[in-house]
Design a binder for this molecule. Sequence first.
Ligand SMILES: *Cc1c(COP(=O)(O)O)cnc(C)c1O
Length: 373
Amino acid sequence: MRPTWAAISLEALKENYSEIKRNLTAGTQLMAVIKANAYGHGAVECARALETIGADWFGVALIEEGIELRKAGISKPVFCLGGFWQGQAATAVESGLTPALFRIDSAQELNTIAGEAGRTLDYHLKVDTGMGRLGVPVSELREFARRLQEFKNIRLDGVLTHFADADSDGGNYTARQVSDFEVALRILNDLGYSPYWKHAANSAGIHAHSDSHFNLARAGATLYGLTRDVLARRPDPFALSPVMSLHSKIIMLKSVPDGTPLGYGRSFITKRASRIATIPIGYADGLRRGLSNNGQVIVCGRIAEIVGRVSMDLTIVDVTDIPQAEIGSEVVLIGTQGSSRIMAEDMAERIGTISYEIVTGIGSRVPRIYSSP
Ligand SMILES: *Cc1c(COP(=O)(O)O)cnc(C)c1O
């Protein structure tokens, strides 16, 4: 096997879940958001581990992701944040998934399919309070909810909204979203609906806006221990640990003279006699090309610079100042070794993105190695 892998700590995942839950308003349940293959961590393995500690809900983006969980035997409620595509209603019903709903045509489809199956299907109505993406605008909610009353085979069991800016340090915008969400809940109440589930908070909302917890909150990033570019700076984040670390090994080591070009485009030329290591990981694995001449790794507990361009399968590292480095030495790209640490947030910052994109981008050909659940 190629010596490149992502280590996933299911212990850290479970501890993070429990820690986030401890910080919720009493009585609030916690949805573990495991869309996009659990942000690159492996949806089935993460769901199984979280089910053992009694996770309340799972959240996915797609019906396909929900089906994957059901096939793996996950029995807890699964919420599909993005609703479903035309033609998927039957699968949603069969698999017992709970979809978000925000379009009349999907309500109609769901109603017909549920009727044919002789079932009543629960859904959660998504309200747009300021994200401007999915969801019924609050101004159109009354009319929309009236039209929903004609569908007798589906039941409005929850209402949700999504925050646009809960990680900003101001917080006024989120406060406004919360109060608009409360307006939406009153509108639905007026029309005779009594949805049980009410949810708004993502990781940043959970952390900075305790008045947004309602009776269900949805955590993604913090579940995986991502914090610095996820949460507002205040209050201090809960005690969370990164779940993923990324590793490889030196497979080639050479001494080259001053003035040696390295990698595609000769974008790096040594300025001294150097020891240069090659590691078998590249942008096809999610080690972003923007880290060319711009990234760092850890070798023998010490920071080493990425030199030259990151290529598809291989990357070059300058280990001149790390004489202990040898063929087979482990290289940590994300994680801790000795007293050195590189977090997904650090890698993200270097290339102007967020840690979410780093972890979800770790390629499918990087095996995930799980610590026992
Ligand atoms: C992805 C997602 C979440 C989780 O967001 P985090 O910032 O990762 O906690 C919550 N709600 C919705 C609707 C989402 O799409």
